[in-house]
Design a binder for this molecule. Structure first.
Ligand code: ACO
Length: 346
């Protein structure tokens, strides 16, 4: 059977590191609280030249280099994002221009943290129909432009980054074995973000405001605080989201394992969405999967929404952790709500 297989991975993390100690000076929080409750120690903040499409394009270039695929060979570009710097063109079209993928068609997926996994499922179906094609699936976010830096409930959680994968065809048993995707719009008001100010200079863009200054010392003003675009921040009922995330991801994992005819202990690696270390440990315990099999980088980058999964893929891949033939399970949960799980034979 022909399946979509990951031929190359890439990622890009903005240079600027924002630590918990710096956040202590901004809101009423502590390194101890953030580390204990979330597992996050640091996050990256995009600066000038690191717009969502730019970091997405850099991750894509790195994935194409690993796959040995030229930009002209890419047939489709799919970007999972909720924080593109423009509403139109799509982030995927901006990436297309940036990398010179002149033969591709390109579009975005808005599925919050599950965007990359939604994209992989689509790519797998496209590859089954057109096995000679190469598809770029990207997850990229600039969440620092969309959090309220005066709200300790959310600002400590999120970061910026991008990850990408080149998908091609394989008929040797490798590739995407099973996927289960879900959404429930009825729960949308537990985690949401109103329309973006984007690059529009007339509605108080946080991006425009922080375009000029890139200082060594963390400067809240650089992140646009106080701002006149309050309605566009991420809003989250954290505790409710936490409960839903654990149950929903666990359920989707059960279902995807069943579809693939596998059990938890057979999985070699879990490369999950990185939202909270407690969610990940909880999942591991419930599935009977030891902690060592769960790839974690949340301490370095925080929650980068659609980018967490492809960044994890790329880091685990480049660290040589993923061996050919390994069974890799990924899962995510995000605003919408959207969630899902996928099993890949690497
Ligand atoms: N520093 C110090 N105290 C804080 C902070 C902070 N940064 N944030 C909240 N608190 C306080 C609260 O005010 C509360 O105080 P109170 O008891 O006096 O009212 C106390 O800590 C406990 O608050 P909770 O919200 O119950 O804390 P919880 O243990 O649930 O952790 C968290 C909060 C980290 C947000 C957690 O609920 C979580 O991770 N939720 C899920 C996030 C997630 O999965 N998001 C999905 C993807 S995101 C997307 O799609 C874009």
């Amino acid at each position: 059977m022909i399946r979509g297989v990951i031929e190359g991975t890439g990622s890009y993390l903005p240079e600027y590191r924002l630590t918990n100690d710096q956040l202590e000076k901004l809101v009423d929080t502590s390194d101890e609280w953030i580390t204990a409750r979330t597992g996050i120690g640091c996050r990256r903040v995009a600066g000038p030249g690191e717009e969502t499409s730019k970091i997405a394009a850099e991750a894509a270039r790195r994935a194409m280099a690993m796959a040995g695929v030229e930009a002209e060979e890419i047939a489709t570009i799919i970007v999972g994002t909720i924080t593109s710097e423009m509403t139109m063109p799509s982030c995927a079209c901006l990436v297309q221009k940036e990398i010179g993928a002149i033969n591709a068609y390109a579009f975005d997926i808005s599925a919050a943290c599950t965007g990359f996994i939604y994209g992989l499922e689509l790519a797998d179906k496209m590859i089954k129909a057109y096995p000679d094609r190469k598809i770029l699936v990207i997850g990229a976010e600039n969440l620092s432009a969309r959090v309220d830096w005066q709200d300790r409930n959310t600002c400590v959680l999120f970061g910026d980054g991008a990850g990408a994968a080149v998908i091609g065809a394989d008929d040797s048993g490798r590739g995407i074995l099973a996927t289960k995707l879900f959404s429930d719009g009825r729960l949308g008001d537990l985690l949401y973000m109103n329309a973006a100010p984007s690059l529009n200079p007339y509605i108080g863009s946080p991006y425009n405001k922080r375009k000029s200054a890139k200082t060594e010392v963390f400067d809240p003003a650089r992140l646009g605080s106080p701002r006149d675009d309050e309605g566009s921040y991420i809003k989250m009922a954290g505790r409710e989201v936490f409960k839903n995330a654990v149950l929903a991801m666990e359920d989707s994992i059960d279902k995807v394992l069943e579809e693939a005819g596998l059990s938890g202990p057979e999985i070699d690696w879990i490369l999950p969405h990185q939202a909270n270390i407690r969610i990940l440990h909880n999942l591991g315990e419930r599935l009977g999967v030891p902690k060592e099999k769960i790839f974690i980088n949340i301490h370095k980058y925080g929650n980068t929404s659609a980018a967490t999964v492809p960044i994890a893929f790329d880091e685990a891949n480049r660290q040589g952790l993923l061996k050919r033939g390994d069974l890799v399970l990924t899962c995510a949960f995000g605003g919408g709500f959207t969630w899902g799980a996928e099993i890949i034979r690497w």
